[in-house]
Design a protein around this ligand. Sequence first.
Ligand SMILES: [Zn+2]
Length: 667
Amino acid sequence: MSRFVCLLLAALSMSAVHADPLHAWVDGDDPAKLEQWVAERLGAEQASLSKLLAVKGKRTVANTLEPYDEAQNQLALAGNQAYLAFAVGKTAELRSKGQMLNEKVASAVTDLNLNQKVYEALAAVPLPDRDPATRQYLKHTLLEYKLAGVSKDEATRNQIHALQDKITSLSLTFNRNVQDGMLSITATKAELDGLPADLVARLKANADGTFTLTTDEPDRAPVMTFASDAGLRRRMYLAYNTRAYPANKQVLLDLLAARQQLAAILGFPTYADLATADQMTGNAANVRKLLDEIDAASRDITKQEYAQLLAMVQKRQPGTTAIPGSDSAYWAEQYRRERYAFDAQSVRPYFPYDKVETGILDTAAKIFHVRFIPVKDATLWHPSVTVFDVIDGGKKVGRIYLDMHPREGKDKWFSSAPVVPGIRGRQLPEGMLVCNFPGGVEGDPGLMEYQDVVIFFHEFGHLMHHILGSQNRWSQQGGFNVEGDFVEAPSQMLEEFFHNYGVLAGFARHYQTGEAIPADLVKRMNAADAFGRGRMMQAQMFYSAMSLNLHDRPLAQVDLDAQLRQLSERFLPFTFVEGNRMYASFTHLTGYASNYYTYALDKVIALDFYARFNRDHPLDGKSTADYRRLVINPGATKPAAELVKDFLGRPQNMAAMKTWMAEEFSN
Ligand SMILES: [Zn+2]
């Protein structure tokens, strides 16, 4: 977007034929063009590195860190667009090319991380005294070089490189198997009992009178929550949890082996220790300690919740001794209806997709003191994508892309990703949401579950962190560049706004009558939603322990099925369903590896943050402005622990989380 970048690239790459150095998709869906676009970014990266290495004499921020950051910027652009093509590309060919280019860019990143000459040049730059952000950038960069193994001899560096390439390739294969791994089940007419009428209406009967449901979210979630037939729920549960099995079992074992080898070469006792060395936690032992504390704080509450749930099930189905995992969402929903007179379907008419999108933009505008202006003339990768410019104090500060509804071959989950890194005065940050919410089809109002709306708030929190936190001097000090285990704090903080009536009443209107969501209904929804908070934290302990235990011991001691069963039994009150292979589609194992605990740690931080806001009017007062200034705007210019302290005046603690869990018994 910035002219400066265009001119710079034109100078660096004389053969450039692509008009837009920030957006590969404007060239269309031709995989060859994407490949060429990525090659141009990598060419620009190499040109910046040559410039850096050609410097004679004294090393300075200007002659060394600047070209280094520009090289990183080009790598980020290339990687972001390769990822975009992989996750949301229109054709299978383009997605495959995206996957291949992801590997290529990741390999170029490893090249740079193991480049001794670049490391020596950066190490020779004096740490600036009066520029704390640049000081932090240099210090952090040098730490990452050490963790990457830059000081090893050449043969060892080659070995590290080969392992990194293998890890990237296995991770992409794992994700692709999940992305493409949709399974279908069939249901008789009678088995559809309990499902929302608009879902049933869109199902077409097969020749034999049955109906086909897929493991994609718009079918899976309602079946698990509302279908009265336990057999149908169980079939869906098993289909969903085996959709990438058996293929991904071996892929995962190979991935764990490669990671373990890498950690050993780099001198760490386990991969979990390597992966936490640059995080807030610092090492695997601290993670274990954190998990034990959260476990202790949530275990008894979970027992109480389960006893209440089981008592209700036993009244309805005498003789029941336990609730299987495939029935947990259904019975929790039944319990909410009975105990709180709240039916999750009753709020769906107030959450048609389009109104929710507008409402979330309006709410974010108030929290962050910005405006969103729709962009009508942008060239996009798919016609269903919507685009907004973010305006701050009358000035454009970035752009967001919303790709919100499922389509064939598209990534199946909910996520937020950077598209363009931000560089102050030179390049505006851009980010995207990749979601699978209902709607987007002519005639379908896209009625959302309230949990969908919470997810939307969550993902939007990431997006705002990226846009507003990426207004710094360096491309690698944006919102997404904070320590990995702080990344989920701003997103989970935004989830809390969903529970405020004032916020909801602003946009939740009945899709047919236009009536605002009744206050009493929101009250019951919040009371009902609070039920199960202990269980939710225990479920997070289950995922966290799964992710940690696969990475903190020799592979010979890892039995995926035994771990899954053992940790289910330890943390989940529900009985294990035979045939569950959840690890084969646990995609967080590729992105977060051992560090799934991020969600639990950041929930603690998010609740501590939110407790600072006005409880009844969270959009009022100084807190929103303070939060933006102290936590969001700095991006990665400070260690995350400092951001926490700046806002709270102390490090985070578990008091707010304990209060939050206890609330459910006061309703
Ligand atoms: Zn998130």
